[in-house]
Design a binder for this molecule. Structure first.
Ligand SMILES: Nc1nc2c(ncn2[C@@H]2O[C@H](COP(=O)(O)OP(=O)(O)OP(=O)(O)O)[C@@H](O)[C@H]2O)c(=O)[nH]1
Ligand SMILES: [Mg+2]
Length: 568
């Protein structure tokens, strides 16, 4: 704490109008205002570094790209530097200056604090001692800075906008109290003070204890002001001379002295002009704590050395983002070929041997399917179609499962070929051991998709009636009656699956509608097979959707870097 500008004895007789010789500088545009602005800037610096620390701590480099270990070491060193060195230092520097109003009981300490603030924040009273728990008043904007202050444990804390920023004013209990707890607290507060306002009265200023305490504080370099309260008018000149003499004697000549004249019997706040010189002194001295700004300049040197670190860390994050984008392309490209092949096989002959053999048996001259639309034997035909449907469902499920497996294999091969980052993604999907990860993107699996396709065939046949002319609608109705609604769908599905005799039966029953129906069902199955192959990309895609790899992942650090560069 450096002494304020009042380095020569200043007698701020309270009756003097502000700005009179002997009054303190530091009006609204004076050095006090400038220094208060400096304090605000310090708080901004602390905020900026705290933000940087948060973003560096949150930075993750999940992909093992080249030189990632080096970047991770850099990140840890940066974090250590911020945690162990810079942040504690800045917090210390940004901590508010502590102004303690001290003195004997009944001297008017609480009354002075209340008058300085223009509001009763600490009750004053006639009982001695009145103040037993000290009251700390601070500007609302400084709440954050006070957060970790050790004094806050033993005080009542009050926010008040009339306190200059960067200052806390403490109304202390009496120094020479009858109550031991009061004395202890008062002395403890004085230890923590950057600034004292020592309050005494015309009747008590000769007491020994306060003078001892004052001398010790001055030796420690604490800034002090003395307020002599309730001075009777007639004694003013004499008491002032005597006090200045005592101050000089004790090497306290630089301590500003304020005299507050007695206003007679009194309660509540004093008039504002009585304390105006004290308020100005306070603001000036508090704000003029400019030694801090010298240290802060040194800190800013450290800030400059941080910039290349933050920049390199942001580059490392960007390298992660780029690697993620490349891997996404690798995965998408990997499933393209299996998807194409899946379409090819799903739109070719799907219905293999078992389906073919069962059809042959059922459609033989004496079999239930020999005359599909005949009135007789409907129940037997529906049962036969159900058997065929079951057989086809299994065949199609196997086809779709194959498509997915080919996709999985292609993705795994491609990721393995993409060196360490690719292998890490593969491991994270849980597929590295060759097992097929379950579809986890909510899309249907092979069995579900096969069942849906078959059900869709039934729906498609029934839909043929809608909007058809009477002749065609009758043909559809005949087929639905003959095979049952499901059976008719199965017939269409069998035809679409490449079972030629089924296609012949369908064409005979539905005429030209049959070909169109078969083509649509075939295309749908092709799309379902392709979807299975493409779904193989989903697990890797999910791993790569890590927010640490998002397009704008490096933006936060780059923003912090810009703020660092902007700090002067
Ligand atoms: N006449 C006069 N009375 C005052 C003045 N300042 C304070 N008083 C009165 O003196 C009494 C004590 O004032 P406080 O402000 O409670 O004194 P304090 O120093 O806080 O006392 P403790 O809390 O006991 O240490 C109260 O009744 C005040 O109204 C003053 O300048 N002139
Ligand atoms: Mg009090």
């Amino acid at each position: 704490m450096t002494p304020g500008p009042g380095t020569s004895a200043v007698v701020g007789a309270a009756r003097e109008p502000s700005g009179a010789p002997g009054a303190q500088p530091g009006g609204p545009d004076g050095p006090a205002a400038a220094a208060t602005a400096g304090r605000v800037a310090d708080a901004t610096l602390l905020d900026a570094i705290a933000d940087l620390r948060r973003d560096v701590a949150a930075t993750r480099l999940p992909l093992p790209v080249p030189r990632v270990a080096e970047a991770e070491r850099l990140r840890r060193r940066l974090l250590d530097q911020l945690d162990d060195h810079l942040l504690p230092r800045l917090r210390e520097l940004s901590a508010p200056a502590v102004v303690v109003v001290a003195g004997s009981t009944g001297a008017g300490k609480s009354t002075l604090v209340n008058t300085l603030l223009g509001e009763e924040v600490s009750p004053a009273g006639v009982l001695r001692p009145t103040t037993r728990e000290p009251v700390l008043v601070h500007h609302p904007a400084d709440t954050e800075l006070l957060h970790a202050h050790p004094l806050t444990q033993i005080l009542t804390i009050v926010e008040h906008a009339a306190v200059p920023r960067g200052l806390v004013v403490i109304d202390a209990p009496d120094l020479d109290s009858l109550l031991e707890s009061n004395r202890e607290t008062a002395h403890r507060l004085l230890e923590a003070a950057d600034l004292w306002i020592f309050l005494t009265t015309a009747a008590r200023y000769g007491d020994a204890l306060p003078w001892d305490v004052l001398v010790r504080a001055a030796e420690r370099g604490t800034s002090i002001a003395m307020v002599l309260n309730r001075v009777p008018d007639e004694a003013l000149a004499e008491v002032r001379t005597d006090l200045l003499h005592r101050l000089r004697e004790r090497g306290l000549a630089s301590v500003p002295l304020f005299l507050v004249p007695d206003v007679g019997p009194h309660s509540g706040l004093l008039s504002d002009d009585v304390v105006a010189p004290i308020r100005r002194w306070l603001t000036t001295v508090a704000g003029a704590d400019r030694a801090r700004s010298v240290i802060l300049r040194t800190q800013r040197g450290t800030l400059r050395t941080l910039q290349p670190w933050v920049s390199r860390l942001a580059d490392a994050v960007q390298a992660q983002v780029d690697a993620r984008a490349a891997l996404e392309r690798v995965v998408e490209e990997a499933v393209a070929e299996p998807a194409r092949r899946a379409v090819e096989s799903a739109t070719g002959v799907v219905a293999g041997g078992p389906v073919r053999a069962r059809w042959a048996a059922l459609a033989a001259r004496s079999g239930p399917l020999a005359r599909p639309t005949s009135r007789r034997g409907r129940a037997a035909r529906a049962a036969a179609m159900a058997e065929l449907a079951e057989e086809l469902r299994e065949t199609v499920t196997a086809l779709l499962r194959n498509a997915r497996r080919h996709g999985d294999e292609a993705v795994a091969d491609a990721l393995r070929a993409a060196r360490a980052p690719g292998r890490a993604v593969l491991a994270a999907t849980g597929a590295a051991d060759g097992a097929t990860p379950p579809p986890d993107d909510g899309s249907p699996g092979p069995a579900e998709s096969a069942a849906a396709w078959l059900a869709g065939a039934g729906v498609a046949v029934r839909a043929l009636r809608d909007g058809a002319d009477r002749r065609r609608a009758r043909a559809v109705a005949r087929l639905l009656r003959g095979l049952g609604p499901e059976g008719a769908g199965t017939l269409a599905a069998l035809a679409a699956a490449g079972l030629a005799p089924a296609e012949v039966v369908l064409a005979r029953a539905l005429g030209t509608d049959a070909r169109d129906l078969v083509e649509r069902l075939r295309a749908d199955l092709g799309e379902r097979a392709a979807a299975q192959a493409r779904a193989a990309a989903a697990p890797a895609r999910a791993v790569l959707a890590d927010p640490a790899l998002a397009d704008d992942a490096a933006a936060a650090l780059r923003l912090r870097l810009a703020v660092l560069k902007g700090l002067r």
